[in-house]
Design a protein around this ligand. Structure first.
Ligand code: SAH
Length: 243
């Protein structure tokens, strides 16, 4: 775990022995579950620790001075095996976390791992972002909607922005193509009541590529027609009509 500890320190995050023990259990369960069901393509120790755990923890860089996730309602959309939501929750127990995942097997893993880690205030929901975005109990309910590796930015904006309350934020973890992706999605973001706040470049120890946190502000209510029905955001991503 040395690489992870060092990498976290470079992000100004101190991992305690309790954090490390929880992450060890999580890692073990990932590897174990993955032998029966394909949860993640990354299964080596270093890959899990850097590309999953450390990369998830880099989301703390989205917070500005004095801000915390503690006490905030956060939804991780398309969380898969729990990334980035679960590592954030492990370090920030006061966060009110909802994990949303469309695949039943992954939901089953999430239930097992959260039970084993004794996490409270985690809601695991089996469903699609397009459905939750139209449900009154989820629509415009969250302080933060976050996602990693779920969809291209114009599509992701339609998944995430409807879930966020006005005054809340979106956090999308993206690769080096982020600036171009954001540019292509500016029209969609505006239609959905969002505005680009900033892009935070992130360097992870042991990884050559630059990663980005794309942060959007929710500045206006999302029009009721969004999100469109399941599959539509992906089939017809929101793009300006060219004359
Ligand atoms: N965020 C995780 C998983 C990425 S894979 C990680 O970074 O490791 C993308 C996941 O999103 C898959 O598990 C898929 O089932 C889920 N997903 C894709 N579209 C979705 C949608 N519209 N609503 C909910 N989950 C979705």
């Amino acid at each position: 775990m040395e690489q992870l500890i060092e990498g976290a320190r470079a992000l100004q995050i101190r991992l305690t022995p309790e954090h490390l023990e929880a992450l060890r259990i999580y890692q073990h369960m990932l590897v174990e579950f993955n032998q029966h069901f394909n949860l993640t393509a990354i299964t080596d120790d270093e890959g899990i620790q850097i590309r999953h755990f450390l990369d998830s923890l880099s989301c703390f860089q989205a917070l500005e001075s004095g801000e915390r996730f503690s006490g905030k309602a956060v939804i991780d959309v398309g969380t898969g095996a729990g990334f980035p939501g679960l590592p954030l929750k492990l370090l920030c127990p006061g966060m009110k976390l909802t994990l949303l995942e469309a695949t039943a097997k992954k939901v089953s893993f999430l239930e097992q791992v959260t039970a084993r880690l004794g996490l409270t205030d985690v809601t695991i929901t089996h469903g699609r972002a397009e459905e939750l975005g139209q449900q009154p109990e989820h629509r415009e309910h969250y302080d933060w909607a976050i996602a990693r590796a779920v969809a291209d930015m114009p599509i992701l904006a339609e998944y995430l922005l409807p879930l966020v309350k006005v005054g809340g934020r979106v956090l999308a973890q993206k690769g080096e193509g982020a600036p171009a992706e954001v540019q292509r999605s500016e029209w969609a973001i505006q239609q959905l009541g969002g505005r680009v706040r900033r892009l935070v470049p992130v360097e992870l120890r042991g990884l050559a590529e630059t990663r980005y946190l794309v942060i959007l502000d929710k500045v206006a209510a999302t029009p009721p027609q969004y999100p469109r029905r399941p599959g539509m955001p992906n089939k017809r991503p929101l793009m300006p009509k060219v004359a």
